[in-house]
Write a new protein. Structure first.
Length: 322
């Protein structure tokens, strides 16, 4: 019989064993062949939360990290989504193919438990926030186009699905920068397929690392843009680099234009699972951290932060004076 789930955390060992026993019981139960029920999904969330609360050390190389990956990852990584994040076939966790899987939101798995875990994972608040980010950025692009925006620059663009979503609006220039040449080509192909062949936008490809923007007179910023945005880049930037990049991008925003910066919230509930299980370490920022990136920019007219419904992810909107 499984030990009851306590409302308050017990010892790390007991919480670890509760989680392991629950997953093993699920693996051999008939309900593993069906989508996760709300009750089971909440139970798994609670078991993980109790484990994080009980653990004295959640840092890299901790005892819990070693034990989790040895004992529990063989269960969790039956999920194709989670396995890809952990294995990082392109060298980093948030690659564009992983983002595509989150956008498609189609559970898969070679085992019943793998499919169950995959469906649970795809519904996690942090992954739902990634889908919200895409749709919200597309909405912002539609709004800016209605205001007269015609030149857009996506920094660390990935597959840039939000640009494909809005390709038929009639932007003049869509500039894409990403260190992954495969990602940037996939983005360009998606935009081309979605565009009106009678008036396609000019798609400029810059397969370069972010540091290229710190050089004197970088080519991607040779002409100003109505909208510049970086949806997932700042999750990997330490403070000094984030501030320096914000200032550089701001210089490329036209009068009246918009700079959008995305970042996961410090209180993101997936934070410990991402680090301990998936070896996915981000730079999290709360509202004040994010606001401080824009405060003091010369010519700033308005600073606004919008947050996804689950409170996992922020978008910082910086409007330049006309």
């Amino acid at each position: 019989m499984l030990p009851p789930i306590a409302s308050a955390p017990a010892t790390p060992f007991l919480e670890f064993e509760r989680l392991h026993a629950w997953l093993r019981e699920l693996e051999h139960d008939a309900r593993v062949h069906f989508p996760p029920t709300l009750r089971d999904a909440r139970t798994l969330d609670t078991l993980l939360e109790n484990l994080w609360a009980a653990a004295p050390d959640l840092g890299r190389g901790s005892t819990l990290e070693t034990q989790f990956r040895a004992v529990l990852n063989p269960l969790f990584l039956q999920s194709p989504t989670l396995r890809r994040i952990f294995e990082k076939p392109l060298g980093y966790a948030g690659d564009f193919l992983m983002m595509e899987a989150l956008y498609q939101d189609s559970p898969a798995g070679e085992t019943p438990l793998g499919r169950w875990i995959d469906e649970w994972a795809l519904a996690l608040p942090g992954f739902a926030a990634v889908r919200w980010r895409r749709h919200t950025m597309a909405h912002l692009l539609r709004t800016e186009h209605a205001r007269g925006a015609r030149r857009v620059f996506s920094v660390a663009c990935g597959s840039a699905r939000e640009l494909a979503d809005t390709a038929r609006l009639g932007f003049d220039v869509l500039a894409l920068l990403d260190q992954d040449a495969t990602a940037i080509q996939a983005a360009a192909d998606g935009i081309t397929r979605a565009s009106d062949p009678a008036c396609p936008p000019q798609v400029q490809l810059w397969p370069k690392a972010i540091r290229s923007l710190f050089r004197p007179d970088p080519a991607p910023l040779s002409a100003p843009y109505d909208v510049i945005y970086a949806m997932g880049l700042y999750d990997y930037l330490e403070e000094a680099t984030a501030r320096r990049l914000t200032e550089r991008l701001w210089q490329g925003v036209k009068p009246g234009g918009l700079l959008v910066i995305g970042n996961f919230n410090t209180h993101q509930p997936m934070r410990h699972f991402a680090a301990i299980s998936l070896d996915w370490h981000l730079v999290y920022r709360d509202l004040d951290d994010l606001r401080s990136l824009g405060a003091g920019l010369e010519g700033l007219r308005r600073l606004q932060v919008i947050t996804d419904p689950n409170g996992c992810l922020h978008l910082l909107l910086l409007r330049r004076q006309p």
